[in-house]
Ligand binder design. Structure first.
Ligand code: LMR
Length: 392
C-alpha cells in the first residue's frame, strides 16, 4: 500500500539545518533557519527562563491534563501583554487557546476561518514565510496572493497591496505580519497600518495577524503597534502568537491563538470551536513552556529580567544590521536597506544560483530565496559574509 507514495522534498528551511550540520568547514556561516545566536554562536536559554524552570521543578505538583485550551492563566497574561489596553477593557471578547508554537495557532486559526469565512478565502502578501500557504491550503482555504515586497528595489509594494485588498470580497480573511516581516524585515509604518485598518473596516475583511518576532524589531511596545491598532478599531481579529523567539523557547513549542469577537457570548462559542479543532488535531498542548511564560509574566522581577534580556537581543540584532548596512554595496547586493529592516530576516536580491555558489564555495548557508537570518550572524562574521558577497 505504501508503495504508491512519492517522496516529498525536505522542507526548504528545515533542510538547511541538516546541510549546515553536515558541512565540515570550520568557517561556515549559518544564516538559515530563524534562530537567534549570541556572539559565541550559541542559542542561549534566557536567564529568566532558567529561573522559571527551576521554580517549576520545585513547585509543580501534578502533570495531569490541562484540557484542550491549555494553561488559562498563561493565555490571560500573554493576551494582556499583546493587546494591552484593549485586553484590559475587553478581555471577554477574546476566545483563546494555547497551541503548539505559532504554527499550531496558524493551523487552528485556519480551521476556524474555514468555518466562518464565506468563500473560505485568505489573502496573503508575497513573499511570505514558506509555511503560510501550505498551512492555509492544508486547512482547506483558498489562498489569494498579492505583491507585498519587491526584493530588487527592497521596497514595500504598498499601493499594490492596497489595490488587491480593494478587490477582496466582504468577509475574506487577510494575513498580516504583525512586525519583523518574515522573510523581508520590511514592516508597515504607523500610517500604513492606519490605511490597512481603514480598508479592512470599509470592506468588512477579517485580519489574521501572525506575531512571532515582537520585541526583536523596534522594541516590544512599538512592535505591537499594528495588532493593537487593529484590535482597537475592528470588530473581529485573529492573532497567532509565538513564544519561540522572544522567550527563546523554540523547542518547547509555545504559542497561542486569540480570536477577538463581537461580544463575550460569541467568544465563548468560538472558544468551543477552537477546543474541538485542537482535540481532533493533537488533543491538548504541551505544558512546560506555557508554565514557564506564565511564571515569568506573573512575577514582576522575572518579567523585568526577561524584558532586559529581550532588549539585549533586540540591540544585538540592531548592531548586526547597522554593521551590514555600513558596508553599502557588497558585490551584487546593496546592504543599505538591511539597516532599515527589522527583526531576524532580510531577503537579499540574489539568484538561486548565487545562493548555491555561496553555499558551495564559501560555506555561507541561507534560504534559496536569498533570505538571511541576520540574528544568526556574529558581529565578528560580518566582514567574512560581506567578503563572500563580494566574491560573487
Ligand atoms: C523561520 O522562518 O526560519 C522560522 O520561523 C522557523 C520555521 O519554522 O520555519
Amino acid at each position: 500500500m505504501f508503495e504508491t507514495l512519492e517522496a516529498q522534498p525536505a522542507d526548504a528551511l528545515l533542510g538547511l539545518i541538516k546541510l549546515f550540520a553536515e558541512d565540515p568547514r570550520p568557517s561556515k556561516l549559518d544564516l538559515g533557519v530563524g534562530v537567534y545566536k549570541d556572539e559565541a554562536g550559541r542559542t542561549p536559554i534566557f536567564a529568566a527562563v532558567k529561573e522559571a524552570e527551576r521554580r517549576l521543578l520545585e513547585e509543580q505538583e501534578s502533570k495531569s491534563y490541562l484540557g484542550p485550551s491549555g494553561d488559562v492563566r498563561f493565555l490571560e497574561l500573554l493576551g494582556d501583554m499583546v493587546f494591552g489596553d484593549v485586553w484590559k477593557a475587553q478581555a471577554g471578547r477574546f476566545a483563546s487557546i494555547q497551541t503548539p508554537g505559532g504554527s499550531g495557532a496558524l493551523r487552528i486559526g485556519a480551521e476556524l476561518l474555514r468555518e466562518v469565512v464565506p468563500n473560505r478565502r485568505i489573502w496573503v502578501g508575497l513573499p511570505t514565510w514558506p509555511n503560510h500557504v501550505p498551512i492555509f491550503s492544508a486547512a482547506g482555504l483558498e489562498v489569494r496572493t498579492h505583491p507585498f515586497f519587491d526584493v530588487a528595489s527592497q521596497a514595500v509594494q504598498f499601493d499594490a497591496m492596497m489595490a488587491a485588498l480593494q478587490t477582496a470580497e466582504k468577509g475574506d480573511a487577510v494575513l498580516l505580519h504583525g512586525c519583523c516581516h518574515n522573510p523581508t524585515g520590511a514592516d508597515l509604518s504607523p500610517e500604513q497600518w492606519q490605511a490597512v485598518a481603514d480598508v479592512l473596516e470599509a470592506r468588512g475583511l477579517l485580519p489574521f495577524v501572525d506575531l512571532a518576532y515582537h520585541g526583536l524589531g523596534d522594541g516590544l511596545e512599538a512592535d505591537l503597534h499594528g495588532v493593537r491598532l487593529l484590535a482597537g478599531r475592528l470588530g473581529g481579529l485573529l492573532t497567532a502568537v509565538s513564544c519561540s523567539k522572544n522567550f527563546g523557547l523554540y523547542r518547547d513549542r509555545i504559542g497561542a491563538l486569540y480570536v477577538m469577537t463581537g461580544n463575550s457570548d460569541t467568544a465563548a462559542i468560538t472558544a468551543s470551536h477552537l477546543a474541538c479543532h485542537a482535540r481532533t488535531a493533537y488533543s491538548m498542548p504541551p505544558d512546560h513552556g506555557a508554565a514557564v511564560v506564565r511564571l515569568i509574566l506573573s512575577d514582576a522581577k522575572l518579567a523585568r529580567q526577561w524584558r532586559t534580556e529581550l532588549d539585549e537581543v533586540q540591540a544585538r540584532i540592531g548592531a548586526i544590521r547597522a554593521g551590514l548596512a555600513a558596508h553599502g554595496q557588497a558585490g551584487p547586493v546593496d546592504l543599505t536597506a538591511v539597516g532599515q529592516q527589522k527583526g531576524m530576516f532580510s531577503t537579499l536580491p540574489l539568484s538561486r544560483e548565487q545562493v548555491q555558489t555561496l553555499r558551495a564555495e564559501r560555506a555561507v548557508y541561507m534560504a534559496d530565496s536569498g533570505r538571511i537570518n541576520v540574528a544568526g550572524l556574529r558581529l565578528g562574521d560580518i566582514d567574512a559574509f560581506v567578503e563572500a558577497l563580494r566574491s560573487l
